[in-house]
Design a protein around this ligand. Structure first.
Ligand SMILES: *Cc1c(COP(=O)(O)O)cnc(C)c1O
Length: 464
């Protein structure tokens, strides 16, 4: 174990494992090479025929489009991107010994900590790759949306690294309640517009109907896509989750975790991540899932979503649009319907109506188990984590922590030495209003409405 800067002092076991910089992965792992079934084709929103690379070229650089459909198992990471990864990667794998003690569990709880990235979450892993490929193809401007602000911050940093202008549509309620996320983006030179806005037809149409609309991720996507579609080819669009190439870029998380666990001599019985669009979960899970698919390992994979936005546990596996206005291609995924409006819970990054097609497919095939929790129980778990492990987690990550704790308690009840691994996707330093609300007892566990779901599902496109 000499490669680790553990904390052994003769009294305690090592519990923090950091691989040397040379172990930053050289390739991304593409699970499409190992899928049990072929993914459903992506369809054009108007013709409803399978899209080809040219249909997507308006939105994305060709390198990302090719990664979207690639069947190569390992895709090389460009040196320029890997060099920037090395500013904070490999990220630590930590055994949560203090949390284990507090729970009095025989389980070993490990977490992969993405909190130390410059943007405070895993999202910079793909932002850098996407900015790089855009630059390579001569693109100088990228439009995008951001909900809670984490994706916008990550892309703002990546854009600055590769000298690309970043144009962010930020969901209005977050713009107003999270001014410092906006300041972060502006510090790195990004333009930030509250959405819905007067800058686009999509935004103006919403404001005409409801001038006080506080926005949604689906609307902000429509605005960003419209800016790109009307830019005369000058700007491209970038998405922080959901798509295959985004999940691909996040697989460095799981590869590093696998590398470190092999050196420790442990292997997870269960791998856990929170899911909004599915990228941090997939990033950690897919390199381990490869072992299930190709080497007969039996690890369980648990994807944790909010009970108020339960695309995996309540949404059908069906074709739907990625945005509210219906401008994006149609993808087959677990969805609540593209005009579903989730309750205003504090895990903003988990309030998306759909789910990554690759995660959806693997839930449908039984390789991934979904689970849903209300937000109060997640904050309770997050605070126990903060007060034992010291790091204050993002509200999104609290969902993964809740599930990890429940696994550890279940192992205790059954007297099992279970090895649990979860992704600590980000820190919560910009989310203190949410913690305030929890501590004051003002956090609502909003009821999920089956009528509202039935209504939004009625607008799903009918695909023959
Ligand atoms: C965006 C975000 C998520 C949810 O997005 P995924 O694509 O599902 O990972 C989770 N945690 C944090 C900290 C985030 O910023």
């Amino acid at each position: 174990m000499t490669t680790f800067d553990g904390t052994a002092n003769g009294l305690h076991e090592d519990y923090r494992f950091v691989l040397p910089q040379s172990r930053v992965p050289t390739h991304w792992y593409n699970i499409q090479a190992d899928l049990p079934v072929r993914p459903a084709p992506v369809l054009h929103p108007v013709t409803r025929q399978p899209v080809g690379p040219d249909d997507l070229a308006v939105l994305f650089p060709m390198a990302c489009i090719l990664q979207e459909v690639s069947q190569e198992r390992y895709i090389p990471i460009p040196d320029e991107v890997r060099d920037i990864y090395r500013l904070w990667r490999p990220t630590p794998l930590v055994r949560a010994v203090r949390l284990e003690k507090a729970l009095d569990t025989p389980a070993h709880i490990y977490y992969k900590s993405e909190v130390g990235s410059p943007s405070g979450s895993h999202k910079l892993n793909t932002a850098l790759a996407q900015a790089y490929y855009n630059k390579q193809e001569g693109v100088n401007s990228i439009a995008t949306e951001t909900g809670a602000g984490q994706w916008g911050s990550a892309l703002a940093i990546a854009g600055d690294m590769f000298k690309i202008d970043i144009d962010v549509f930020m969901v209005k309620v977050s713009y107003e309640h999270k001014p410092y996320r906006r300041s972060v983006m502006q510090t790195y030179g990004a333009r930030v517009t509250p959405s819905p806005s007067e800058r686009t037809n999509a935004g103006r149409a919403i404001l005409a109907r409801r001038p006080d609309h506080t926005g949604s991720l689906g609307i902000a996507i429509s605005e960003a896509v419209e800016v790109v579609a009307t830019s005369g080819g000058k700007a491209k669009y970038s998405l922080g989750s959901v798509l295959n190439h985004v999940l691909l870029h996040q697989t460095i998380i799981g590869q590093e975790a696998l590398d470190a666990m092999e050196q420790i001599g442990e292997y997870p019985d269960v791998v856990i991540g929170c899911v909004g669009g599915g990228s941090n979960f997939a990033g950690l899970a897919f390199p381990f899932l490869e072992r299930n698919l190709t080497q007969g390992k039996q690890t369980r994979f648990v994807a944790v979503e909010p009970a108020s936005c339960p695309s995996l546990t309540k949404g059908p596996y069906a074709y739907d649009y990625g945005d509210t206005a219906g401008m994006t291609p149609l993808v087959k995924m677990h969805t609540l319907g593209h005009d579903f409006e989730p309750a205003a819970i504090h895990a903003g990054g988990l309030r998306y109506h759909g789910m990554a097609p690759l995660v959806s497919l693997l839930v449908n095939s039984g390789h991934i188990t979904p689970r849903a929790y209300h937000q109060n129980t997640c904050f309770e778990a997050g605070i126990l984590f903060a007060r034992t492990e010291a790091t204050l987690p993002a509200p999104e990550s609290n969902h993964a922590i809740r599930a990890a704790i429940d696994e550890a308690l279940d192992a205790k009840a059954k007297g099992e030495k279970r090895v649990i691994l979860f992704n600590l996707s980000g820190h919560g330093h910009f989310d203190m209003a949410a913690y305030d609300a929890y501590l004051a007892g003002r956090l609502q566990d909003s009821e999920f409405s089956d009528e509202a779901l039935a209504q939004s599902l009625a607008s799903l496109p009918e695909i023959a």
